[in-house]
Design a protein around this ligand. Sequence first.
Ligand code: ADP
Length: 185
Amino acid sequence: MKSKMILLMGGQGVGKGTHARRLIARDGYGYVETGAILRALPPESPVAQIMARGELVPDSDLFGVIADAIKNNPGDIILDGFPRTVGQAQWLVKNYADKFDIRVVYMNVPEDIMLARIEKRIREGGGRADDADAAIVRRRLDSFWRITMPAIEWLRTAQGIRFADVDVSAEDVDVNFTRISNALD
Ligand code: ADP
């Protein structure tokens, strides 16, 4: 049987990390958290400077890093924050659909709720530099709509994978988690 690969996709503040951790606690998936992997690179690296500006890291800088992370997590895995471009989505399906049962969960939330959740994350002291600056948050959201939404739309109809569009705009995290769990059944 193929291992499962769950792609958690959605804009900033939709709760990808929160729900990834819940799924992992329950089912024991390996976790590929793209933002955290990239944040672990030295601050003087070109990638760190791109991230500080709120821009997307070029696909060519990412494929090796993601391929290594997938290799280091045998068994069922969750990818959080990857893919984010049509190129990344196509690369993933091309190289991994034969080895994994790929399940996309598009965590669908209106933008005003994303913004409110990012503000809450700042208030509660998450302390991420790229969250604290409103202009950079705006740039990340713009790139979500402009660059990542087309990747989500491409995956919606891609062959050989399964796609779920899940409304996670409820106030109650448990309600959203149940919706995600049901979509993955
Ligand atoms: P957020 O989802 O709030 O933007 P992440 O921690 O997922 O936060 O990502 C932080 C930064 O890392 C992004 O702003 C971007 O610069 C970079 N990054 C993360 N994932 C990707 C990706 N798949 N492609 C390109 N850049 C990425």
